[in-house]
Design a protein around this ligand. Structure first.
Ligand SMILES: [Mg+2]
Length: 156
């Protein structure tokens, strides 16, 4: 199949992109008190997800793509135990999506490694228009795969 026959898709990160996570970050840091393992346990749980707030600019951008019939794919570093509450957040903040990818528990790879692997799979199925992700490391890795990577801070 030629490239032109693939459906168009846009890839969105959640934490720090579609949602503001500053409060969850701060309270996870305070509560773990320098214990890195404990930090990730708290941060990657449902405990403080209710503190996340919508990043309206990026959500509006996503909704525009959805209106243009572009597939919306969520690729998050969140772990599978957070799936249920994450779907609740997405629906609460009017974020439509077609596919969502979560990290397996016990997958301690760097975000850019994990996300590059998913992007490779997605590229077989879709024409990926761009990824939007607040991690510069992720953006650099994905750009090296020939995909446009957008910094959510630049969305107006
Ligand atoms: Mg992020």
């Amino acid at each position: 199949m030629g490239e032109t026959q693939k459906e168009k898709a846009a890839v969105f990160d959640i934490d720090g992109t579609l949602l503001n996570i500053q409060k969850r970050l701060e309270i996870s840091e305070r509560e773990s008190n320098g214990n890195k393992k404990l930090f990730w346990q708290i941060f990657l749980s449902e405990k403080y997800l209710d503190l996340d707030t919508p990043n309206e600019r990026v959500i509006k951008f996503l909704q525009e793509k959805w209106q243009e019939d572009i597939k919306v794919i969520i690729v998050t570093g969140r772990t599978r135990n957070m799936e249920r509450y994450t779907y609740y957040q997405l629906s609460t903040f009017n974020i439509p999506w077609n596919e969502a990818y979560f990290r397996s528990k016990g997958d301690f790879r760097k975000d850019y490694e994990y996300k590059s692997e998913i992007m490779k799979k997605l590229m077989q199925k879709y024409e990926i228009l761009f990824i939007i992700d607040d991690s510069e490391e992720v953006r650099k890795a994905i750009e090296q795969m020939g995909i446009k990577a957008i910094d959510p801070a630049l969305i107006s």
